[in-house]
Design a protein around this ligand. Structure first.
Ligand SMILES: [Mg+2]
Length: 242
């Protein structure tokens, strides 16, 4: 199919755009807790979760600001949780490993993701993934689903040392795509990070919103050029019939 469009590259957010998460953070924390419960000295889930959550947030921002490498930040989320709960610190490493596995294996490809990527590529469009997250976790998800060969490049924010909506990561992505912003579409599910950043860089932002989470008016700096409920609708937009 020849695409009737001035768009030369399409860049995708990953989480909840190309990949869907079956279970949320709290559910995954519960899964982790249950697997290690018999070694946690009778500590209840609520206490475990309330200890871990603020550390996960703090450590994320230590990575975000470039103060700590992500691998250390992630490890110390668990290590300092166990330390505060007075639990054997030797559990930190196996818990970390299992935590990562749970995050990776609870994702699945979004409907039509593979066929839409293939069709865009066949139409000569450059494709990229631009995702906020810890490098190791995001790359494990990408490997788990074999996403890398489906696109021309992958940019994880920890690797880029810049996180959406900062312009740095969008400009980096444009360089890799080799296209001008006005010929570049950015598809994502989060108005603050994906749409705001893409708009500020002059790209064409597309909001994917399958559950109508953002039907209320968004501020003008987060208002997408197009809204879709599924990835297949991209093909309609790019064929100029929207
Ligand atoms: Mg997302």
């Amino acid at each position: 199919m020849a695409l009737l469009t001035s768009i030369k590259s399409v860049l995708f957010d990953m989480d909840e755009t190309l990949l869907s998460h079956g279970r949320d953070f709290r559910e995954l924390t519960n899964d982790l807790f249950k697997e290690f419960e018999n070694k946690l000295n009778g500590i209840e889930f609520t206490r475990f979760s309330k200890t871990l959550w603020p550390k996960a947030v703090d450590m994320w921002f230590m990575m975000y600001d470039g103060v700590l490498p992500g691998a250390i930040a992630r490890q110390y989320t668990i290590t300092n949780t166990l330390r505060q709960l007075e639990v054997d610190l030797d559990l930190a490493e196996p818990m970390m490993e299992r935590w990562d596995e749970l995050f990776v294996t609870n994702t699945s490809m979004m409907d039509d993701a593979e066929s839409v990527l293939a069709e865009l590529r066949a139409g000569g469009i450059r494709l990229g993934i631009v995702t906020n997250g810890y490098s190791e976790v995001q790359h494990r998800k990408i490997d788990h689903h074999g996403l890398e060969p489906m696109v021309d490049f992958v940019l994880v924010s920890e690797d880029a040392q810049s996180h959406k909506p900062d312009p740095g990561i969008f400009e980096n992505a444009l360089q890799r795509a080799g296209t001008a912003p006005e010929n570049t579409m950015f598809v994502g599910d989060t108005p603050h990070t994906d749409i705001e950043g893409a708009l500020a860089t002059g790209m064409i932002p597309v909001l994917i919103d399958p559950k109508d989470a953002h039907t209320e008016g968004l501020p003008v700096h987060q208002e997408p050029h197009h809204r879709i409920r599924g990835l297949k609708e991209l093909l309609t937009i790019l064929n100029g019939s929207d």
